[in-house]
Design a binder for this molecule. Structure first.
Ligand SMILES: Cc1cc2nc3c(=O)[nH]c(=O)nc-3n(C[C@H](O)[C@H](O)[C@H](O)COP(=O)(O)OP(=O)(O)OC[C@H]3O[C@@H](n4cnc5c(N)ncnc54)[C@H](O)[C@@H]3O)c2cc1C
Length: 146
């Protein structure tokens, strides 16, 4: 082979948790995704931010760290896996393989463009500080139950 111009893109299928006891995973280890919306790195950074905030929380100790990691998982998994799914959908839209379920007379190009635009807005929305607050609330609940 003179040139290697094709390679496989491996993804992590939807995991049930990003935290297992005192072990947590983040970034591509947790949610490696297709590259179609260029969001793998930002999801890894969002993970790192929430995880860092939970690990430095004043109530995080050797006894409570499992609850801290569970709280990280409770806010990050749904979002990261949503972006993963969106990336797959964008790949289908960009290659015209998405089933658009068009109404009669609808313009497929206009529908595709609108979906691509809407997807970009969703990824950009959300407030990471809100996610941290939610994780902190869950942390308190998990400690109380443990
Ligand atoms: C083709 C393609 C295009 C992409 N384009 C974009 C884009 O435009 N925008 C975007 O945001 N994202 C993009 N991504 C995704 C992005 O590259 C990843 O989401 C991101 O790099 C994940 O970061 P990470 O730190 O979790 O993992 P990685 O970047 O994979 O870092 C893991 C590191 O751990 C090291 N390592 C592995 N095993 C060991 C070990 N046993 N001991 C020590 N070190 C080890 C590896 O060498 C590596 O340096 C793209 C991905 C692909 C495949």
């Amino acid at each position: 082979m003179k040139t290697a111009s094709r390679w496989a893109i491996h993804v992590v299928p939807g995991l049930n948790s990003f935290a297992y006891g005192r072990i947590a995973i983040q970034g591509d280890a947790a949610h490696a995704m297709t590259p179609y919306n260029g969001s793998g790195v930002n999801q890894a950074i969002e993970d790192a931010y929430v995880l860092g905030r939970m690990l430095t929380h004043p109530k995080t100790t050797m006894e409570t760290v499992e609850s801290a990691l569970k709280a990280y998982d409770s806010v990050r998994r749904e979002r990261a896996q949503g972006v993963q799914e969106l990336s797959l959908q964008l790949g289908r839209l960009a290659t015209f393989t998405e089933d658009l379920q068009l109404q009669p007379g609808a313009d497929p190009i206009a529908v595709t463009a609108a979906r691509l635009e809407a997807a970009g807005i969703w990824v950009g929305e959300g407030d990471l500080e809100d996610d941290v607050r939610k994780a902190e609330e869950n942390f308190t609940k998990f400690i109380a139950k443990a």
